[in-house]
Ligand binder design. Sequence first.
Ligand code: NAP
Length: 320
Amino acid sequence: MPHHHAPLVIVGSGPAGYTAAIYGARALLKPILLTGVQDGGQLTITTDVENYPGFADVIQGPWLMEQMRLQAIHVGTQVISDQIVSAHLAERPFRLMGDSGDVYTADALVIATGAQAKWLGIPSEERLKGFGVSACATCDGFFFRGKEVVVVGGGNSAIEEALYLSNIAAKVTVVHRRNAFRGERILQERLFAHPNIHVIWDHVVDEITGDADPRSVTGVVLRHVRTGDLTPLKTDGVFIAIGHAPAVDLFKDQLKMTPSGYIATKPGSTNTSIAGVFAAGDVTDDHYRQAVTAAGLGCMAALDAEKWLMATAQQRAAAE
Ligand code: NAP
């Protein structure tokens, strides 16, 4: 099986991964970046990006990620499309197995695997996933032209999904479990000003109802969070936008985790509990979770890795 070795290997291709690659390549660490299945990460399933500095005009998420990819390649990163299926962090060099069958070894490793959408976890959601239940409006919104949809959640993602869907669907109903959004004010104002977006406060989705043939969503049953009263609501689609969970499965038995399940890093650095392994972006950040903060952490990870590689090389030379 093909074996690839690099002083620096980066797992993940969002803003953290590509920024680590850009800095790592410019430090002559000949980085290999392993993209995972979704090259570009979460920004590839979003549309307008208005808060990434440096662009006076609204830019598109997929375009931004393509620019980062091209920049990383331009400065000398080897970008490989592979999904890591196991990681062996007790070995030196660190060893990763790809879904392709290829093996990757690294003197230093940056984990930038990001986060994935969370689901409600109810059986009807599972049954109707892909048949009217989705966690990505930009991927699936197209199927709801002129129809009615429900968006669940109260953060930036839910508001953005609702605004996006309002251009496609006839009516968008946002269901939120509290009576105030946590998303940015500017987005909230846009949502409240929109004539075909309605908000139902203090409710959660108790069940998603559907037809079996063809398998499709017909409605939701909402439950009032205090009274427990159930209210049926007719809808053609349900978009779940209740936040994200870090992609840590490969590493959770090997690295120290935070109580909320993110990779723990030493304060003020990207150092994990294993020397030579660094973590950056949404896989380690449960607080800011922005493209620009992920990019910043990616930069820090490459600088931390460079410093650590230099120090270990000096120690080795001194011992010889
Ligand atoms: P989030 O900010 O964590 O919001 C998740 C929302 O879902 C909250 O309103 C939460 O309710 C609700 N929720 C969580 N679990 C639920 C459940 N089981 N049932 C019902 N509701 C539930 O997640 P996000 O909106 O995906 O955003 C994640 C991060 O990415 C944030 O930092 C956000 O600012 C950032 N982001 C930024 C942009 C942008 O800048 N344009 C766009 C998208 C995301 P509570 O409010 O009651 O907790």
